[in-house]
Design a protein around this ligand. Sequence first.
Ligand SMILES: [Zn+2]
Length: 219
Amino acid sequence: MKQSTLKMILTIGACVLLGILLAMIVTLNIVAMQKDVEPKKEEEPKWIDIDRQFLTKNEYSRPGEKLSEVNGIVIHYVCNPGSSAQANRDYFELLKDTKNRYASSHFIVGLEGEIIQCIPLREIAYASNSRNDDTISIECCHPDDTGEFNVFTYESTVKLAAHLCNVYNLEPKDIIRHYDVTKKECPKYFVDHKDAWKQFKKDVKEAMEEEIAFNQKQN
Ligand SMILES: [Zn+2]
């Protein structure tokens, strides 16, 4: 073989190798860019974070009966100042052993704004007496005896109530206090302060629109 032919073959070979390398680099970059632009569904920011810790089925706190329909959302306060959402959830869980009373709630909102779900939405909770059959219940933690929610608990409760209104096609007027069912002083601060209760429902209305806008942006 002539030396010039050998040179040509080597040059072509080098060019092909270089080409392959370049193509690999470009492909890897595109894959990396796509990863940046398109996070996986589960990595997308969520409008609301719910920590699902369903209770064990038992007759004292999770009877497993089906909700007939959802016509409203009932707000409660835990009536145990300074207690956490986790402690309240664990108390409901323990009722299966202590058999002290019948009690539970679909959701508990904690002092740091955390939301724990204790009962699946298709089942009833033991929270709202005659309205257990057709409502979703939210228990709220509070720092002191006034029963007023701190800013974190308040914000998360507003978001959760708004989310449930959107899911079930409800209006803020369908959100009621435990007091409206039984005249029990619950949630105390909203029974003592009617203006604050009105404002809460206004805030829920705003949050319902925020969630819709947020979801439209995600899609
Ligand atoms: Zn209550």
